[in-house]
Design a protein. Structure first.
Length: 628
């Protein structure tokens, strides 16, 4: 795994440009601690910091050059089927000097140009300079597992695996308030947008050609969903096909020239990956974290049962709330674009401890979005299949609003969920999804900002993010929206940033595109029904997993933010980042609304104020570090 960056200028690169390119690569040294390098040709410069996974020899270092020197590659990711591609290229006369997937990627591009991406099975962002015409071809994997930021002004085009790599070029850092408005709603930035003006992320499943300071992008992959064309496989045959595809996906992701392991949370998703991976190797290394101070969220007993069943070499990291708090500033300091999913703290610690024993870890990420694993999926199913209970919940909407709501207690959280369900009853499927995916509604988010947003631009971006929803669509549209918005913007971003902060590569078998294509061909009732979420996934592997995994409710992990806000972080909120004086001087937020939110936080009915405050803290910390 690596970090890449580059500059394409209107003019021949100056010494200052080259110095900034070197600084850009150095800014990503945690992504690639093993080696680094840059290459400059006229008006183009590319660089890479390397975490060696495949062929760890110096021969595979990057930037990587074709034999004739015409093409130069910088690459972040893995191509799992590179050995098969290599065999075909050798038949065409290509003579390889390394055993790396990097070299295979480059020669596949030379042979097929942009069509090469369709042959790649893996996750990646890469850039290839063609010195003949000084064009640069860049691409990002199908689901956005690996990031790639782009910045463009009148003088240059920049790209980088992290936003800090682009900031190293001394760009003008102007806040995009339309994007900030969305961040306030979700605590992450959805879609291909960026917190800065003139910057964005290359969209998942897209490539782009940069030539003469112009950039043209094009989609090469979208999830092939068509509600009119469902797979006609029986449920039993679909289960067999699911096993076949997932086994193949795990097998592909086991290749590495460095130690490899797997995250094992104790849930069904990571347990399935562990079960299949243990078939490929003896004494698979597995890792999980437990929460000493939060027994409700501690799943280590389930993880240990799975580890015992599949004879893995299992390690448990027992965390206290103090452990989580101790990494708070490390996580905030690494965050170069506002991102406020608080579970990133736990992922950071898991990655840090796992990296002490392995360099690559398999993960169960993607299964919830693919098969319907979230509470909002159950709520949406009930909304689409109304019962008498729906009427009761909706008719008592006034009551739920009066009740104390909080994520920090079972009763308060249930009241919060009932209120959200009732308030969404009269909305369209798309608007309902938008509301359930967020923490702050549009009205409150607008009032929170001291200046207005471009409403036409916002509505256009919102429509694009909700484009999967049609008038008479089925439940698969909800999952498709999750894949395009929540998975890329939140879940994959969290894992990429926290693992890369610790120089750990994380691979996601559930996001093999052949598997995803198959799952989206299945009817909705294979995935969710009145009694089960992730129905086909759970049924398919029920016989090989411990029975106890199926006899407990699903719950995520909640960082104890509320108690921190009332104790350890109280001064940070009231005297620093959200103090009235600082808010007024900064000029970004409405001071009165910030004060209302702080009062709500300390009331007996905080509702989602905890998450909202956390989102503001992350933004303010980021602003002081990177802007101010």
């Amino acid at each position: 795994m690596c970090g890449i960056s580059g500059i394409i200028s209107k003019n021949v690169l100056s010494q200052n440009d080259i110095t900034q390119l070197s600084a850009s690569v150095k800014a990503m040294d945690k992504r690639g601690p093993d080696s680094s390098g840059i290459f400059v040709h006229q008006n183009v410069g590319v660089g890479q910091s390397r975490l060696a996974i495949m062929d760890t020899s110096n021969a595979a270092k990057q930037p990587f050059f074709s034999e004739d020197g015409q093409y130069v590659l910088v690459f972040n990711g893995e191509i799992y089927n590179f050995k098969e591609l290599r065999t075909d290229l050798e038949k065409d006369g290509v003579k390889f000097k390394t055993h790396s997937d990097t070299e295979v990627l480059l020669y596949q591009f030379i042979k097929d140009r942009e069509k090469c991406i369709e042959k790649f099975i893996g996750f990646f962002s890469f850039a290839i300079l063609d010195k003949l015409d000084n064009s640069v071809f860049i691409a990002r994997d199908r689901f956005g597992i690996k990031p790639l930021y782009i910045y463009q002004d009148n003088e240059k085009i920049l790209f980088g695996s992290e936003l800090k790599a682009i900031m190293a070029f001394g760009i003008k850092k102007e806040i995009n308030y339309t994007v900030l408005f969305q961040y306030l709603q979700f605590n992450y930035i959805p879609g291909n947008q960026c917190i800065f003006k003139n910057a964005y992320k290359l969209q998942q499943g897209h490539y782009a050609l940069v030539k003469k300071n112009k950039i043209e992008s094009k989609a090469y992959y979208t999830i092939p969903y068509n509600k009119e064309e469902k797979n006609r496989l029986s449920y039993a045959d679909a289960q067999k096909k699911l096993i076949e595809l997932l086994e193949k996906s795990v097998e592909r992701r086991m290749i590495a020239d460095v130690p490899l392991g797997a995250f094992l949370s104790g849930g069904t998703d990571s347990s399935i990956i562990t079960a299949l991976a243990s078939q490929q190797t003896k004494n698979l290394n597995t890792f999980s974290i437990g929460y000493q101070d939060e027994p409700l969220f501690d799943e280590t007993a389930y993880a240990e049962e799975v580890a015992k069943k599949f004879n893995t070499n299992h390690t448990v990291f027992k965390l206290t709330n103090k452990d989580l708090f101790a990494v708070l500033h490390e996580v905030l300091d690494y965050t170069d674009e506002p991102f406020a999913d608080s579970s990133a703290l736990a992922v950071y610690i898991l990655s840090r401890e796992t990296r002490k024993k392995v360099t690559v870890a398999l993960s169960g990420d993607g299964a919830d979005e693919l098969f319907s694993g979230y509470n909002k999926h159950k709520a949406e199913y009930l909304m689409r299949h109304p019962s008498a209970m729906n009427s009761v919940v909706n008719n008592f909407g006034w009551l739920w609003k009066m009740m104390p709501q909080s994520r920090n207690s079972s009763f308060g959280n249930r009241m919060r969920q009932l209120d959200k369900f009732a308030s969404a009853a009269k909305l369209s499927a798309g608007e309902r999804y938008w509301q359930w995916a967020g923490l702050m509604n549009e009205k409150t988010a607008k009032e929170m900002l001291a200046q207005g947003i471009d409403n036409n631009l916002y509505q256009k971006e919102k429509s694009q993010l909700l484009s999967a929803f049609t008038k008479n669509g089925d439940f698969n549209e909800v999952l498709l929206s999750d894949m395009n918005m929540v998975l890329e913007g939140d879940m994959l971003t969290k894992v990429d940033r926290m693992s890369m902060a610790n120089s750990l590569e994380v691979r996601v078998p559930f996001l093999d595109h052949e598997l995803v294509n198959f799952v989206f061909s299945l009817p909705e009732d294979y995935k969710i029904c009145s009694t089960h979420r992730k129905r086909i996934l759970q049924d398919t592997f029920k016989d090989i997993l411990p029975e106890r995994l199926y006899k407990r409710p699903k719950h995520g992990f909640e960082v104890p933010l509320l108690s921190w806000f009332r104790t350890d972080l109280k001064s940070m909120i009231h005297d620093d980042l959200l103090s009235a004086d600082f808010i007024k001087k900064q000029g970004i937020f409405n001071p009165e609304k910030i004060e209302e939110l702080k009062i709500k936080l300390n009331s007996s009915n905080p509702q989602d104020a905890t998450g909202n405050i956390w989102g503001l803290i992350v933004f303010q910390y980021w602003w002081k570090k990177w802007i101010n």
